[in-house]
Design a protein around this ligand. Structure first.
Ligand SMILES: Cc1cc2nc3c(=O)[nH]c(=O)nc-3n(C[C@H](O)[C@H](O)[C@H](O)COP(=O)(O)O)c2cc1C
Length: 371
């Protein structure tokens, strides 16, 4: 009688997702490292940034397009790589891939994605970046790189902030495992969330889709601690496409990464999921931009919830911005329609914010606007 659910903000999407998803899945997506102070501090730092409005500028025509590496994106935000997205709803990965194709923006395809890397790049019409975790001795990692190359990937994201998987108490309390197991605790949880449980039963339990063929194995709990600068140099030699180093907040690391020859740095603290005491990445972004100069490509994710947040990240020095959790919550809230509603509302907020700031394009945003 009241029509489809309406998402007007991140809080709406999260509240709807919380009702639909089993506690185990909601806490896996929503959870952070430790007590969540790092995540909260970054959200608060983002909130504290003020943008200076300007008046009497003709802002009738506003353009949200930006250049990412060698192509034009229609909107200035994409999707950060996330493992097991189909837990939020069956087919979630492909919804994200279609959103990427439609807007010509990158969708990050996780090593531990629930849809194969080959299918993702096909559905995303080439707008997919493969995300790599170094694991164990690194031999499986090398094979995955070759597989991504064969599938047509041109951009590789190397995630560097997971030398070990962070302790996330909300995940641990619910007994979340990847791939997950159904014990008595989960049985009660699933029974209390029948809509999710029925659709997941119908479509089958999501799996680690890049590891279903022989020769490819992944153990989430296996240490990733052996990755070092020598590994990065070998990877740089192996991969001639764009190489993005994700999960960086130190100016010194950023300077060395630039010297080693990565093509972009993604400033991020993994959505606050790795080190609770990490500095707010939105502030690290400003410092890294100042240290690396205007022309070095900097990408940003963590804590982005609204169009104003996107504009703030550009003003702090980002050349492109990614959403994480918010995309999964909008899908859990209302499927592909929910994802579209959320992306449309963010784009509209960005356009309105540009108007308020007296800007007609993203390229005009600079640190002089933010304080
Ligand atoms: C459920 C979930 C799974 C994630 N899986 C991965 C992953 O497999 N690889 C990776 O590099 N980052 C992963 N991330 C981190 C995201 O890429 C991104 O850094 C983070 O979600 C951004 O913060 P936000 O959620 O506050 O927007 C994951 C994040 C979430 C919420």
């Amino acid at each position: 009688m009241f029509g489809a659910p309406q998402i007007h903000s991140y809080a709406d999407a999260r509240a709807m997702a919380r009702k639909y998803l089993p506690w185990m899945v909601f806490d896996y997506i929503d959870g952070a490292a430790g007590e969540g102070h790092g995540e909260a501090m970054n959200l608060s730092a983002l909130c504290d940034i003020r943008l200076q409005p300007r008046v009497l500028v003709n802002v009738t025509k506003r353009d949200l397009g930006v250049t990412v590496f060698d192509h034009q994106a229609k909107i200035p935000f994409g999707i950060s790589p996330m493992g097991m997205c189909n837990l939020s709803r069956p087919g979630a990965d492909l919804m994200l891939a279609r959103m990427a194709a439609k807007n010509k923006v990158p969708v990050g395809v996780s090593t531990v994605a629930s849809t194969s890397l080959e299918k993702m790049i096909e559905v995303a019409e080439g707008h997919a970046w493969f995300q790599l975790y170094f694991s164990g001795s690194g031999s499986g990692t090398t094979r995955l790189v070759e597989r991504a190359k064969a599938a047509g990937y041109r951009t590789l994201i190397l995630t560097l902030d997971v030398p070990e998987v962070g302790r996330r108490p909300r995940e641990l309390r619910r007994g979340f495992k990847m791939p997950f197991r159904i014990g008595p605790k989960q049985f009660v949880d699933f029974a209390l969330h029948p809509k999710w449980s029925l659709s997941s039963l119908l479509y089958g339990k999501p799996d680690l889709a890049n590891f279903t063929q022989p020769g490819f194995e992944f153990d989430r709990t296996e240490s990733r601690a052996a990755a070092d600068w020598a590994f990065l140099e070998r990877l740089r030699d192996q991969w001639d496409g764009n190489l993005v180093a994700k999960g960086v907040t130190s100016v010194e690391d950023a300077q060395r990464l630039k010297t080693v020859g990565v093509d972009a740095i993604q400033v991020s603290t993994h959505g606050g999921r790795q080190l609770d005491s990490a500095p707010p990445p939105i502030l690290a972004l400003r410092d890294i931009r100042q240290a690396l100069g205007d022309s070095f490509p900097l990408l940003y994710d963590t804590g982005i919830r609204s169009g104003e947040d996107v504009v703030k990240a550009y003003a702090m020095g980002a050349d492109f911005v990614f959403f994480g959790r918010a995309m999964q919550f909008s899908i859990a809230a209302a499927g592909e329609a929910g994802l579209k509603q959320y992306c449309d509302l963010v784009a509209e907020e960005i356009s309105l914010t540009l108007a308020q700031l007296g800007n007609t394009e993203m390229a005009g945003l600079s640190q002089s606007l933010a304080y």
